[in-house]
Design a binder for this molecule. Structure first.
Ligand code: BGC
Length: 490
C-alpha cells in the first residue's frame, strides 16, 4: 500500500545513518530468526500473562451474583468490587514501568505471577468485603504489571521477523482468557462457586511464576545495565547460531546515542514526543472505539436487541463475542509480520466503523416494545443484524486495534525509557477503558443506543485519519532501527 507513512520512511531514511535502511531490512536473510526452545519458554510466559489478564478482567461479571448473595453488598460496594481491578491495574502498570527498567523484564514478570497467585487466593478465601476488595486490588496490580512486562519482554526477545506475532500471541491469550471467563461464568454462576471462579486463577498464576523463574533475561535490558557479557550469553542461549557481537554493537551504539538518561523526565522530553504521542494515541483509540463497551455489556446489548432470555444472551455473548474474538486474532498472527502494522490497523478500523454504523441503524428499528414482543419468538430481523454487525466489529478489532496496538506500543520507544514509556501508554489504556466502561450506560441513557454506537464509529474515523498520517510502518525493522525513525522524522 502506498501510504504516506511508508513513503516517508522509504524516501527519508538516509543511507549514511547506521542501519536505518528500513526497506533493506525486510529482504535481509533471517539468520537466527527461527523459533528455539528458549523462545518457546518466552512464548509460554507471554501466553500465561495475557491469559490471566483476560480471565481476571472477564470473570467478575459471572461471580458478582454469588458475591452479592454471600456479603449482601450495597450498590457502591458492587461497583468497588467490579472496578477496583482497573484501579489496581493502573497503579500496577505505572509501578511496572519503573520495575521493568530497574530490576529487569523477567523479574517484573515474576512479580506479576506472585501478585496473580496471591490476589486469587485472597479473593477466594475472603471472610469479608474488606479482604475481598484487597484481593481485587492485588489481582488488578498483577494484571497491570503483566500488561506492561509481558509484551515488552516478548518484543525485546522475539526475532525481528516474527516480533509482531510474538506480541499478538499476547493478545490471543487475552482473548482466550476472556472466552474462558465467559464459559466459566456460564458453568458456575450459582451460590458460593464464585470463590472457585476467582481462586482458580491461582493455578496459572503459580505456573507463570514457575516458568518465569527459568525464562531467559532480556539481552536488551542487560545492555542498558552495561552487562554486555551477560547479554551475549543470554542472546546465544536464546538464539544459538546468531552472530551476537554485531547485534550487541548495534544496541550499544543506540544506547550511547541516547546517553542512558533513564528518568521520567526523559520519557516526556521533546526528543521522544513523537513515539510517546503514538503510544498514547493508540492506547486511547483502542478504547474509545468501543471494544470494552461491547465486551462488558454484550449481554445487555443483546437483551435490548431482542435476545430475550438470559441463556440466549449468555450463549450469544460467549460464542459470537468471546469465541470469535479468539479465532479472529489468529488472522493478525498470520499477517502482522507480512502485511505490516498499518495495513491491518487501517483496514480493521474501516470494518469496525462500518459495523458500528450498521449497529446504530439496526437499533433505529428496534423499539423496546418490539423487543419485548419478540420474547417468545426470538430476536427480530434488526436484532439479527445487530448480532452480525457486532460479530463483524469483533473480527475487525481482533485483527487490528487489539494486537497491533500492543505490538506498536512495545516497539516504538528507545531502550533506556522503554519500560516507563510503555507503562504510561498502558496506564492511559486502562484509564480510557475505565472511562468508557463507566460512561457507556450513561451515554446510552442520555443519547440512545444508535447515537452511542455512531459516536464510537466517529472515533474509528478520527483514529483512521490520525494513524494514516502519524503512525509509521515498523514491520521488519529491529527495535534499534525503529528508534532512528524519530530522528529522521524530526
Ligand atoms: C484490550 C482490552 C480488551 C481486549 C479484548 C485488548 O487488546 O486492551 O481492553 O478487553 O483487547 O480482546
Amino acid at each position: 500500500m502506498d501510504d504516506p507513512g511508508a513513503l516517508k520512511l522509504a524516501k527519508e531514511a538516509p543511507r549514511e545513518r547506521t542501519g536505518v535502511r528500513a526497506r533493506a531490512v525486510t529482504t535481509a536473510p533471517l539468520a537466527g530468526q527461527s523459533i528455539t526452545p528458549w523462545l518457546v519458554v518466552v512464548l509460554v510466559v507471554v501466553l500465561f500473562s495475557g491469559g490471566l489478564f483476560g480471565y481476571d478482567q472477564g470473570v467478575i461479571s459471572g461471580a458478582l451474583h454469588g458475591i452479592k448473595a454471600t456479603f449482601s453488598l450495597s450498590a457502591l460496594l458492587v461497583e468497588v468490587v467490579t472496578s477496583w481491578v482497573t484501579l489496581g491495574a493502573l497503579l500496577g502498570a505505572l509501578a511496572a514501568g519503573e520495575l521493568a527498567d530497574q530490576i529487569g523484564r523477567k523479574r517484573t514478570v515474576l512479580i506479576a505471577g506472585a501478585l496473580f497467585t496471591l490476589g486469587a487466593l485472597v479473593q477466594a478465601l475472603a471472610p469479608d468485603t474488606v479482604v475481598l476488595v484487597s484481593g481485587r486490588l492485588i489481582i488488578g496490580a498483577g494484571v497491570g504489571v503483566a500488561a506492561v512486562a509481558a509484551p515488552l519482554y516478548a518484543a525485546e526477545l522475539a526475532p525481528t521477523a516474527v516480533r509482531g506475532r510474538f506480541v499478538s500471541a499476547y493478545q490471543l491469550a487475552i482473548t482466550a482468557g476472556i472466552f474462558l471467563a465467559y464459559l466459566v461464568d456460564g458453568w458456575l454462576s450459582k451460590g458460593d462457586a464464585w470463590r472457585i471462579m476467582l481462586g482458580a486463577a491461582a493455578v496459572p498464576g503459580l505456573l507463570l511464576f514457575a516458568v518465569a523463574l527459568v525464562a531467559p533475561r532480556s539481552p536488551r535490558w542487560l545492555m542498558t545495565k552495561q552487562r554486555r557479557a551477560d547479554a551475549a550469553a543470554e542472546l546465544r542461549k536464546i538464539r544459538p547460531g546468531v552472530d551476537a557481537e554485531p547485534r550487541l554493537d548495534a544496541i550499544d551504539t543506540v544506547l550511547r546515542e541516547e546517553g542512558g538518561r533513564a528518568s521520567w523526565g526523559e520519557v516526556f522530553s521533546r526528543e521522544w514526543r513523537r513515539p510517546l504521542m503514538i503510544g498514547i494515541g493508540l492506547a486511547v483509540f483502542q478504547q474509545i472505539t468501543g471494544i470494552n463497551a461491547i465486551i462488558y455489556y454484550a449481554d445487555q446489548i443483546f437483551a435490548s436487541a431482542g435476545f430475550a432470555t438470559q441463556s440466549a444472551q449468555t450463549t450469544v455473548t460467549t460464542w459470537a463475542i468471546g469465541g470469535v474474538n479468539v479465532l479472529a486474532t489468529l488472522i493478525a498472527i498470520a499477517f502482522i509480520d507480512r502485511l505490516g502494522r498499518r495495513r491491518l490497523l487501517l483496514s480493521g478500523l474501516i470494518g469496525m466503523g462500518a459495523s458500528l454504523v450498521v449497529v446504530g441503524i439496526a437499533f433505529r428499528f428496534i423499539v423496546p416494545a418490539a423487543a419485548g414482543a419478540t420474547a417468545a419468538t426470538g430476536p427480530s430481523g434488526a436484532g439479527i443484524v445487530t448480532l452480525l454487525a457486532l460479530v463483524g466489529f469483533i473480527i475487525c478489532f481482533a485483527f487490528s486495534m487489539g494486537p497491533v496496538v500492543w505490538t506498536v506500543i512495545n516497539e516504538v520507544f528507545p531502550g533506556h525509557i522503554r519500560g516507563r514509556a510503555v507503562a504510561v501508554a498502558t496506564a492511559v489504556n486502562w484509564g480510557s477503558a475505565f472511562l468508557v466502561s463507566q460512561s457507556f450506560l450513561t451515554l446510552i441513557g442520555a443519547m440512545g443506543n444508535s447515537l452511542t454506537f455512531w459516536l464510537f464509529a466517529l472515533f474509528c474515523g478520527v483514529a483512521w485519519i490520525w494513524i494514516y498520517y502519524r503512525v509509521p510502518e515498523t514491520k521488519g525493522q529491529s527495535l534499534e532501527q525503529i528508534q532512528q525513525l524519530w530522528k529522521v522524522a524530526s
